[in-house]
Write a protein that binds this ligand. Sequence first.
Ligand code: HEC
Ligand code: HEC
Length: 408
Amino acid sequence: MHLVRCAVVTLASGFLIASWAINRAGAVNTIKEREPELARAHDDSNASIDFSEFNTVSPHMLIGQAAGQEDKPVEQTRKNIQVLKGLPDSQLFTVMNFMRASLGVSCAFCHVNSGGDKWEWEKDDKPEKQAARRMIQMVFDINKNNFGGAHRVSCYTCHRGAEHTVNAPPLPQVAPEGGPGGEKPAATLPTGEQLIDKYWQALGGRVAIEKAKTRVLKGSQIASSNGSSMPFEISQQAPNKFAIMMTTPQQAVIARGYNGTTAWMKTPRGQRELTGADLEQMKQNADFFRMLKLKELSKEMRVTGKDKVGDREAYVLMARIAPTHIERYYFDTQTGLLLRSITLEDSMIGWIPEQTDYEDYRDVDGVKMPFTVRQSYVDPWVGWTRKFTEIKLNTPVDEKKFELPAAK
Ligand code: HEC
Ligand code: HEC
């Protein structure tokens, strides 16, 4: 199984935000092509490497299978796998980045780099790699023996972004409120339904939102890795048609679309229909009114508490969509607007997060829309920020845009 990636984004706000996620669907290259790129990204002397073509899709899709290729377990595709047996190859780099991020290190902390692009991933020369293997096994055992196999403890639980763990609470200590017998009063929280209602109100109300039948968004996508910028145009038509076109700094055009039945992608290397998880992703991205269905889509929906997003305070709504897929929505406690959404996808090593931040809400024909959307992954080389320069509602859209272009 390939991480089935439901765009948070999408769910998050159906109509409104749905589409910013868009084009994460579609593997554009194979593992073989990806590795040198990844390696180069680690080499500062080559820091200007252009990732632009890749940062429209998320990491595991990048390194995932070429069209139609089977997602084999890593022990069949890699040279020296001892503990991660059964992990789908499409998830390997994401899982490695999860470990890297959990410890706050680079790949070279565990892996041998013999200069520039030359990585010898399979080598066990570094004691850190061997320690990591023991740690992976330990995490498997902790979860199996204490949490019925659920992935409750991960590398991050103990390491919290640092190589070394902390095993004593900090001093001085502040006395608990109410003394030794004091208990925190239970916070009164709104329900999920209330948060979603307030969100729709904050956006401009259901009437204004449902009146919108098409939407066209223009702007630029800025790569987190190197700041390069790609202009794009997104077209949407209710209930579920969707297309995006981007121009790379090399003037190559990448496009993706969904016409309500067929999803496709087109790059200078060719075009193809999207199937499986990629198709599912496109469907979700294309759904104008996904957020309205969040309750029906969820097996469980619960407000878990409050948290901070930047300097704003937010209620956190947790939605369990599937046993291996959880989403979290952060709604501003004051304005009711969605500030952040996170999807968590289960993997052998823990729940892998992907985060979308929504900023700079402005009014477009009576509907509030975020003009800055930021996408972050455990793989820091593929995130991006979209800045919209123009958003138009109910502007005519050429239906042809949603169709797979005729092959040349
Ligand atoms: C904390 C240590 C650690 C870090 C950091 C780390 N890895 Fe790994 N990596 C491992 C371990 C351990 C294995 C072997 C797993 C096993 O035996 O099942 C491995 C295996 C691999 C393999 C498969 C090698 C083979 O052919 O057998 C690749 C590829 C890889 N890592 C890439 C990366 C990349 C890319 C990064 C940085 C994004 C990274 N790793 C960061 C510990 C690490
Ligand atoms: C239950 C807590 C816990 C978990 C979970 C955990 N570690 Fe550790 N880890 C430790 C402790 C404790 C040490 C040794 C003391 C120290 O350096 O903090 C350590 C040390 C390490 C080291 C050696 C560091 C060095 O400087 O040589 C590596 C590498 C490491 N952990 C990787 C991982 C990885 C990868 C995971 C997830 C697969 C993980 N750890 C999960 C507690 C944990």
